[in-house]
Design a protein around this ligand. Structure first.
Ligand code: PEP
Length: 247
């Protein structure tokens, strides 16, 4: 019912030339029953799009909260739409290192929707929140701040649950905990949009690699993965895409 979605977030890695080589290599493979996306830095969006052969969705890692004007260094939704299908919003690195608050994230979602970009909204708690067993309250608040009263649906929204303590640390959330949270997220979405929650894809992110993808992706409410480090190596990323074949 929900096609699995494997997304690579390259963060601030790879030049346009490196991106081109990677994508040319990746599209030599056939992807079965799975959607694949790469979110490169802005400077490689064109290289990824040109070489994707219609096999790979292209995503941006950021979007400006304004539509156009005097905003030095920013890139608008209209500009991104020339290259992208998707935009990642609310990644924990944007929330923490670049101080993006709830209001900013909501404005970015609005700009994405206005420009017909699909949003991959990242949510997730810090270690201290999970230690206190408050992760559901925390994630619920993030969902409401971002999506309450917005016109989201299965087509324009994907959620990525990314516990901050699991990002880039090698510590993966257990499949059971990841499943529990993704189920909780779906339940929370159902309160905002009853008709769409069963169809919206919810990804897990946080130290996903070839060796743990199969267990995570076997969970009923986990519809894919948002992959950082392991998406930089074509061989490792392919193992995740082909998770069904891996033990
Ligand atoms: C991420 O940055 O979204 C991520 C999940 O990173 P990693 O896979 O490296 O933990």
């Amino acid at each position: 019912m929900r096609t699995k979605f494997i997304c690579g977030n390259w963060k601030m890695n790879k030049t346009a030339k490196e991106a081109e080589e990677f994508i040319k290599d990746l599209v030599k493979n056939d992807f079965k029953d799975v959607d694949v996306l790469i979110a490169p830095p802005f400077t490689s969006l064109d290289a990824v799009k040109r070489n994707s052969n219609g096999k790979i969705y292209v995503g941006s890692q950021n979007i400006c909260k304004f539509n156009d004007g005097a905003y030095t260094g920013e890139v608008s939704g209209k500009m991104l739409k020339e290259f992208c299908d998707y935009v990642i919003i609310g990644h924990s690195e944007r929330r923490t290192i670049f101080s993006e608050d709830y209001q900013t994230i909501r404005e970015k979602i609005l700009r994405a929707f206005e420009n017909n970009l699909k949003v991959i909204l990242c949510l997730g708690e810090e270690a201290e929140v999970r230690e206190k067993n408050k992760q559901n309250d925390f994630v619920k608040e993030e969902i409401l701040a971002a999506l309450d009263n917005l016109d989201f649906n299965r087509d324009n929204l994907t959620i990525a649950y990314e516990p901050i303590w699991a990002i880039g640390t090698g510590k993966t959330c257990s499949s059971e905990d990841a499943q529990d949270m993704c189920k909780f997220i779906r339940h929370t979405l159902s309160k905002l949009n009853k008709n769409e929650s069963e169809f919206i894809r919810i990804l897990y992110g946080g130290s996903v690699k070839g060796s743990n993808a199969k267990n995570l992706l076997a969970c009923p409410d986990i519809d894919g993965a948002l992959v950082g480090g392991a998406s930089l190596e074509a061989k490792e990323f392919l193992k995740i895409i082909n998770y069904k074949e891996n033990i």
